[in-house]
Design a protein around this ligand. Structure first.
Ligand code: IMP
Length: 193
């Protein structure tokens, strides 16, 4: 089995990807390789941040690896909060404050179109690739549901009446931005075995 590092310590993300990849790859976390670094996320784009994180691990630790970055992009706000989604209302990161800020900025705005976008950067040997997954939807006028995380309570995917937070996690995971980007990553990894 080949080793590949997922540049994260998020147990939920790790489990999700380990389930999908099965026994083709051994997916290591940052703690598995004894990396406790504060990896900088200083780029201005999702693509840039995903690549920064993957490059950091490849250059410093030598492992093949992949890293992701996700943002909520609101059309009428020039695609904000985008790369700043986690810390939109400042630090420390607080999802409820982020939602409050976004809802108040969007008061009176009719065009409520938005999308979640995930970029995954993968480095295997000298080959660098990026994959993107998107889901289009709208920002609700108020919170609905209590599942999920982040902006799930106010994001209604196109073709649905419910917010992500009102969906079963398996339903969200079957259509989500992250699932779509991950699917492309998996197809690529399968080719590489
Ligand atoms: P990350 O790059 O996966 O850490 O995501 C950055 C931020 O985007 C998170 O802190 C959340 O605020 C938001 N976000 C990412 N994915 C989702 C999602 O599936 N639902 C709601 N919010 C999300």
């Amino acid at each position: 089995m080949k080793n590949i590092v997922f540049v994260t310590n998020n147990a939920h993300k790790l489990q999700e990807i380990r389930n999908i990849v099965g026994d083709r790859y051994c997916i290591l976390s940052l703690s598995d390789i004894n990396c406790n670094d504060e990896i900088p996320e200083t780029a201005y784009t999702l693509e840039g941040n995903a690549l920064l994180k993957a490059r950091w691990v490849k250059d410093k630790y030598g492992y093949d690896c992949f890293a992701d970055d996700t943002g909520l992009e609101v059309y009428s706000l020039d695609f904000r909060p985008g790369v700043y989604s986690a810390r939109y209302a400042g630090e420390p990161c607080d999802s409820e404050k982020n939602i409050d800020k976004l809802l108040s900025e969007m008061e009176g705005i009719c065009d409520r179109r938005a999308r979640f976008r995930t970029v995954i950067a993968v480095i295997i040997g000298n080959e660098v690739k990026e994959f993107e997954g998107k889901i289009e939807g709208t920002i609700a006028k108020e919170r609905k549901g209590d599942g999920g995380f982040g902006y799930d309570k106010i994001f209604v995917p196109d073709g649905y009446k419910n917010t992500f937070a009102e969906m079963e996690s398996c339903e969200k995971n079957s259509i989500s931005h992250r699932a779509r980007a991950t699917k492309l990553l998996i197809e690529y990894l399968k080719e590489k075995i």
